[in-house]
Structure formats: C-alpha cells, structure tokens
Design a protein around this ligand. Structure first.
Ligand SMILES: Cc1cc2nc3c(=O)[nH]c(=O)nc-3n(C[C@H](O)[C@H](O)[C@H](O)COP(=O)(O)O)c2cc1C
Length: 190
C-alpha cells in the first residue's frame, strides 16, 4: 500500500490536524507494515499559485504533486478550517490535481471521475462547531468542499476524522480530541 500524507496547517508543532494525520498514518502503517509513505508539508513547501501559463519550474512542481496522487492508494489530508475554508496552500495543491484526462474526463454523460480506486481520509480541525444541523453549518466551506472535490474526481471511499469546537472551551476541546482519536481507532485499516 502507498500512502500520500499531506499536511497544510500553518501552526507547526501546535497544529491539531498534524497530530491527527500522524495518528491516522501510524494506524494504517501498523495494520500493513510494508506500507510506503510519501510525505508533503504544503505549509513548509507551498506549491505555486495557480496561473494560466506556469513557468517550467512551477509546471514541474504541479506535475509532481499530481503524480504523487496518481501513485497513491490512500491519501491522508490534514485540512484545518481557516476563515471558513481550507488553507490557501491546500487549495494550491487541489488546483494541481484538477487535470482533465488525469483525474476527471468529460464523457457523453458529463464529467466522470478517474480516481475511483483511491481512498481519501481527511483530518478536519475547527475552532467552532459546524456539524450539519448546527447554526454555523452553512459556513462550512472546508469539509463540504473537500468532499465535493474528491467526489468529482471519483473518490467514493472518503472518510473525515473531525475535531471541532477546539476554541470553545478546554472541556469541549478535550472531548473533541478524544472523539477524533476514537474515530481514528475505529477506521477501517486495510
Ligand atoms: C488563520 C486561522 C483562521 C481560522 N479560521 C477559523 C474559522 O473560520 N472558523 C473556526 O471555527 N476556526 C478557525 N480557526 C481555528 C482553527 O480551525 C483551529 O485552530 C484548528 O485547530 C486549526 O487546525 P491546525 O491546528 O491543524 O492548524 C482559524 C485558525 C487560524 C490559525
């Protein structure tokens, strides 16, 4: 199994999503020790901003990002909620993946996703609470966006590990982290 492990938090060692992606990757590796892991830190080494005509160096960086995804069986993504959306570094990575003929194609019946064989696990962390049915739910342009994006490119095995309400109180944070680690322990590992 090949895992692509992506982090995008700007908070370094203080990041919640980094803790969660590390735990998810460790769990998958424990179940399948021969697993290979490719790691990308999008905050430390951001991809170039999207342009219509990237230079050779930028085009190569974007192509490498796409190749890493195409080569992976499982993609573990750390996705904090920043200003109701995902970090710009993570958006630049998604921009590298939305490539017609590689991740999706337009056929007679409209768009068709080409990444169906892959599994995506998103580690989501948020200061407030945005679970469906709560007052702030319509401001979730992070989990919903990622789910839509990976659905568009054909991914059906899509899991979210969520820690939310992290800025509400210490008590809520403790409960949220315990719930997220419980979700990781319950993830189907192979
Ligand atoms: C720049 C920035 C913007 C944020 N915007 C939001 C927000 O819009 N809504 C929210 O609930 N929390 C927001 N937060 C809180 C984060 O979602 C929370 O701290 C989470 O743990 C971030 O994940 P990380 O620790 O892996 O970076 C923001 C935090 C930062 C640093």
């Amino acid at each position: 199994m090949k895992i692509l492990h992506i982090d995008s938090s700007i908070l370094g060692d203080h990041s919640t999503t980094r803790q969660l992606t590390a735990a998810i990757t460790a769990r998958l590796r424990a179940a399948a020790p021969a697993t290979q892991v490719v790691y990308r830190d999008l905050a430390a080494e951001p991809l170039p901003q999207f342009t219509a005509a990237p230079g050779a160096e930028d085009a190569a960086a974007l192509a490498t990002a796409l190749e890493q995804v195409l080569a992976a069986d499982v993609i573990v993504i750390g996705a904090p909620l920043y200003n109701f959306s995902i970090p710009t570094q993570l958006k630049s990575w998604l921009d590298a993946l939305a490539v017609p003929g590689k991740t999706f194609a337009y056929g007679a019946n409209g768009p068709e996703g080409l990444l169906g064989a892959k599994r995506v696990i998103v580690a989501s962390a948020r200061g407030g609470i945005y679970t469906p049915g709560t007052p702030m739910a319509s401001l979730d342009h992070q989990e919903n966006y990622l789910k839509s994006f990976f659905g568009f490119v054909g991914v059906t095995q899509f899991d979210i590990v969520r820690a939310e309400g992290l800025k509400v109180s210490e008590e809520v944070k403790t409960q949220a982290m315990a719930a997220a680690f419980g979700q990781i322990a319950a993830l189907q590992a192979a």
